[in-house]
Structures are given as C-alpha cells and as structure tokens.
Design a binder for this molecule. Structure first.
Ligand SMILES: [Fe+2]
Length: 150
C-alpha cells in the first residue's frame, strides 16, 4: 500500500518540478516553454489516466471514498481540458501564460488534496491486499497510455 502511494507521490513531484521550471522560464524562449510543456503532458496524462482506470475506479466503489473519487476524476478532466487548450495556442501568446498559471494552480491543489486527504481516506476504505494488484495495473496502464501518446 505504501509502495503504491510512494510511487504516485514520486510522479507528483516530477510534475510539480516541471511546473516550477515552466514558471521560472516564463520569460524565456518559446521553444523551452514548448519543450517543457511536452514533458509535462508526457508525465501528467498517463499518470492521470492510470489513476482513473485503477485507483479511482476502486475508490469509487467504497462508501466514503466515492465522492472524493468523483471529484478527483473531474479535476483530472479539467486538467486535460486546459492542456488541450494550451496545445492550441502559440506559447508566445500572453494568454498562454495565464492558462499555464491556472493549470499550475489546479494541478498543485489537486496533488495536495490527494496526498493530504484522499490517500489517507483510501487506506481506511480499501483493502490492503488489493493494492498490489492496483499498483500492477496502474503501472501497466501508465505504460500503455505513454506508448499510445508517443
Ligand atoms: Fe490525480
């Protein structure tokens, strides 16, 4: 169980680091922004999709976790939507930076909620024995989505 949440947290850290770099590089060349954005999507999208398909799918079936799982999935959808919008706007546009800031706030808020509330709740609501399978499925799903993206 701990191993699974540690793995999610590792992914979160990766995403947060990229977002920080994007922030500090906001004045820098368009190419750097675009490169970092591509990297961000490569980390974020497979992670969210795999979480939805495995962890949240299981949390949805619990009595006290259902509402949290639904909200988290909605936040994933919003994140995906903002990413798609960023893809359609040239990175040199002023609005790109504004949307990026919204994405950063959204993702940071979401990660904090997962790490501070949802993971703890899940440990109470879900069976310890189920996590080995969830972790395996999560890794498989993440790789699958990654290969589809590339
Ligand atoms: Fe998430």
């Amino acid at each position: 169980m701990k191993a699974f949440f540690d793995e999610l947290k590792k992914d979160h850290k990766e995403v947060k680091d990229i977002l920080e770099k994007m922030k500090s590089g906001s004045q820098s060349a368009e190419k750097t922004r675009e490169k970092l954005f591509t990297k961000l999507k490569e980390e974020l999208v497979p992670h969210m999709k795999a979480e939805d398909a495995t962890f949240y799918q299981a949390l949805l079936k619990t009595k006290n976790g259902r509402q949290h799982a639904m909200e988290a999935k909605e936040e994933h959808d919003l994140t995906t939507l903002v990413c798609r919008q960023l893809e359609e706007i040239p990175a040199k546009e002023e609005v790109w930076g504004a949307k990026l800031k919204v994405l950063k706030d959204l993702v940071e808020h979401h990660i904090e909620e997962e790490e501070k509330e949802i993971f703890k709740l899940a440990q109470k609501e879900m069976e310890k024995e189920d996590f080995k399978q969830i972790m395996q499925n999560f890794q498989q799903e993440k790789e699958k989505v990654k290969s589809e993206l590339s």
